[in-house]
Design a protein around this ligand. Structure first.
Ligand SMILES: Cc1cc2nc3c(=O)[nH]c(=O)nc-3n(C[C@H](O)[C@H](O)[C@H](O)COP(=O)(O)OP(=O)(O)OC[C@H]3O[C@@H](n4cnc5c(N)ncnc54)[C@H](O)[C@@H]3O)c2cc1C
Length: 410
């Protein structure tokens, strides 16, 4: 069985590794002429780290990433509201990692090329047709149009997926929350213990997130600034590489006096600022048809606020490979994959859209606009517990279930 994966991002490359490990043939086509280490920081949750470890990449991750200790919420003055332990500190057998997206992608690429052969870069997916026995894929390489027959086609081509657009030609709009995100990397003194994801402020009134992402450079700090600009509605594009401007983001955070990190200095010290609309799409009633399916952001783009973009793509990849390896009929395998992965990821899209901890942060701002020294005087224990639960709903797997379930390797 030969599978073509469209897209050499985190999801597509993990799919190639997973199919190879399951003894299945796979080719990855990637529109970019060269894969370069683009993007800034992301977080990989323990369930994704387990899968990458089972693919033999545990040591590589540990050598690149920072093992995340806490996810810590603060008000806009830096007063700490809640600190949730992450990864092994929360009882999982696997760590959570904060990592440079591009470094992760390059590590996956190196493993794919070593084990399964080269990724075909500079090759853009354009369309497909299928009968009961195969899929005829149309690709463009430079000026040439190529037509290739495969057994299975997987669209892992990200938030602006062309495979999804072919499956849903009537349109499936990108929906903007109205929140603009700026992202970047800067060199800074250690923030807290050097391994905490620190989230200050609120999505609805200005939020600043920082975390260190490099095992080899402890000063390298990833930041994300989020500002509500308008009411939710459709948006034309979401381009992860779009350049942002210091003059757009700095005014929102200039007055922030944070004890843990000098936010204006971090912003001013960032060489390349990126801008992105916090956008998603409605969950689909089905991902694919016959021998064609979707994976990762192509299947379930969601707000990047729960450490789920890369992590869920890794889980999709592993389940897809297991289903293809354990079913003789490819269409039945894809149905089984979708039945396992579409319900939980659709629920996550909607759970992220609800911005679940905003209500508690709003209470803190309302009750203690100038800050506080003891959160116990601002929120009741029940309110704090509700905030912790709301965050866990979007960012945690069940600890025992993950620790005890059998491996997905075949
Ligand atoms: C350049 C880039 C930078 C990013 N930076 C960040 C970041 O800083 N923080 C963050 O949280 N998330 C970032 N993301 C998104 C993050 O990688 C994903 O949310 C997550 O990892 C899921 O990955 P994915 O493989 O589903 O999609 P992606 O990682 O988006 O990968 C999709 C791949 O498909 C390729 N592709 C698209 N269309 C076609 C086509 N027609 N034919 C062939 N190939 C095609 C793209 O070039 C890309 O390599 C970035 C994505 C990209 C592409």
């Amino acid at each position: 069985m030969r599978t073509m994966v469209v897209g050499g991002g985190i999801g597509g490359l993990t799919t190639a590794l997973s199919l190879h490990a399951a003894g299945l043939e796979c080719v990855v086509v990637e529109a970019a002429s060269t894969l370069r280490p683009l993007g800034v920081g992301i977080n990989l949750q323990p369930h994704a780290v387990r899968e990458l470890t089972e693919l033999g990449l545990g040591g590589v991750l540990a050598g690149l990433a920072v093992e995340t200790s806490f996810m810590t919420f603060a008000d806009r003055h830096g007063n700490i509201i809640l600190a949730l332990p992450r990864g092994r500190g929360a009882g999982y057998r696997w760590p959570q990692y904060s990592i440079h997206r591009g470094e992760l992608q390059m590590a996956l690429l190196a493993a794919v090329e070593e084990r399964a052969g080269p990724v075909r870069t500079g090759v853009r997916f354009e369309g497909f047709a299928q009968d009961g026995d195969s899929v005829l894929v149309t690709l463009r390489q430079g000026g040439r149009v190529l037509r290739e027959r495969v057994d299975v086609l997987v669209g892992a081509d990200g938030v602006q997926s062309s495979v999804r657009a072919r499956l849903w030609p009537t349109g499936d709009p990108l929906l903007w929350s109205g929140i603009r995100m700026w992202r970047g990397l800067a060199l800074a003194d250690q923030v807290l213990d050097g391994a905490t994801v620190l989230l200050g402020g609120s999505n609805l009134a200005g939020k600043f997130v920082t975390y260190h992402i490099s095992a080899n450079n402890p000063r390298l700090l990833n930041w994300v600034a989020e500002v509500k600009e308008t009411e939710p509605g459709p948006v034309r594009e979401a381009d992860w590489s779009r350049a942002g401007r210091l003059s757009d983001v700095l005014p929102h955070f200039e007055s922030w006096k944070y004890p843990h990190v000098d936010i204006p200095a971090v912003l001013a010290g960032t060489r390349r600022i990126l801008e992105y609309p916090m956008a998603d799409r409605d969950p689909l009633p089905r991902w694919g048809e016959g021998r064609v399916t979707l994976l990762g952001d192509a299947a379930h783009p969601m707000y990047p606020i729960g450490s789920n973009g890369g992590s869920q793509a890794v889980l999709d990849a592993r389940v897809l490979a297991r289903c293809l390896a354990t079913h003789t009929d490819p269409a039945a395998a894809l149905s089984a994959y979708e039945a396992e992965r579409r319900p939980p990821t659709s629920a996550l899209v909607l759970a992220h859209r609800a911005l679940p901890i905003e209500e508690t942060i709003r209470l803190v701002t309302e009750r203690a606009p100038e800050g506080f020294t003891d959160i116990g005087e601002v929120l009741t224990a029940a309110e704090l517990a509700a905030m912790a639960d709301a965050q866990r709903r979007i960012s945690d797997a069940d600890v025992r279930a993950l620790n005890e379930r059998e491996s997905w390797s075949v």
